[in-house]
Write a protein that binds this ligand. Structure first.
Ligand SMILES: [Zn+2]
Length: 271
């Protein structure tokens, strides 16, 4: 087997690159003759089409916005979907125009949150067929998180406190509802705990994880699309694909209902 001696690309030396130490470029796998179907190519099997409004933080006649099933490392990670079972290039003019309006509106809503410097908007579409646009908020002052590696940092950062996470979602949902539709995310209920047990800090250094949901809780199925699109035959990749979870297992952390894509081996993360 030939030694892989491909030089590391320049981005591995960028300040925003999350890793250090000795690395090498993976060998490039041979291209497949026919690509496998994405999750939900058929509307009948589409998770988005089969998920009720209650699983979303905001809904309207033609659009819905959903969050992850538990707190993320970033202040906000949201997905915008159209109700119609279409991918981005198939949108009719009405939905295409509304996608622009919704994108601007949602970016502004998320950016209005305290502590959010920038909102990155992404569409990949390699995992799931139904159009879903990603909105990722970068915390203010975290210059190291600038740019394309934000998706990786979301999985690296400690999850924000659940109370803060729910407040953020409720804020965005309420903002969107000002323009129409229905906000379904509610702000967290007041927790009558001893003040010493409540963590109100909004911006935690990555090296001081204070309140993750659980020490060994799996991370949200957010940004692991690259894994999901790999061949399951790759054992290293198979280990990284979330295992099937039942609604009972997810309901404890879910906002209002089991996460739409939870349990899918072809997760929504950048898919
Ligand atoms: Zn669909």
């Amino acid at each position: 087997m030939p030694e892989n001696i491909a030089p590391l690309p320049d981005f591995t030396r960028w300040p925003s690159f999350p890793f250090e130490g000795n690395m090498r470029v993976k060998p490039l796998a041979a291209p497949v003759e026919v690509e496998p179907p994405r999750s939900g190519e058929d509307a009948a099997d589409c998770v988005a089409c089969n998920t009720p409004d209650e699983a979303y933080i905001w809904v309207s006649e033609r659009w819905r916005v959903r969050a992850m099933d538990r707190p993320t490392g970033l202040p906000v990670v949201l997905i915008l979907e159209c109700r119609s079972h279409l991918d981005i290039g198939d949108l009719p003019n009405l939905l295409a125009a509304e996608l622009g309006v919704m994108t601007v509106r949602l970016e502004r809503a998320i950016r209005s949150l305290d502590g959010v410097a920038r909102v990155h908007v992404n569409r990949w579409g390699d995992g799931s067929a139904h159009l879903h646009m990603w909105f990722l908020a970068r915390p203010y002052g975290r210059l190291q998180l600038r740019g394309t590696f934000l998706t990786l940092w979301d999985d690296i950062l400690p999850a924000i406190p659940e109370q803060q996470w729910r407040q953020n979602l409720a804020h965005v949902a309420a903002w969107l509802a000002e323009f129409g539709g229905t906000a379904l995310a509610e702000p967290p209920h007041i927790q009558w705990e001893s003040p010493s047990t409540i963590d109100y800090s909004e911006d935690k250094p990555a090296d001081q994880p204070s309140a993750p949901p659980a020490a060994d809780a799996p991370r949200p199925n957010t940004l692991n699309d690259v894994d999901a699109r790999q061949s399951p035959a790759d054992p290293a990749v198979s280990e990284s694909i979330p295992t099937q979870r039942t609604p009972a297992e997810t309901s404890g952390a879910a906002l209002t209902a089991p996460h739409p894509y939870t349990g899918q081996t072809d997760t929504p993360g950048h898919s």
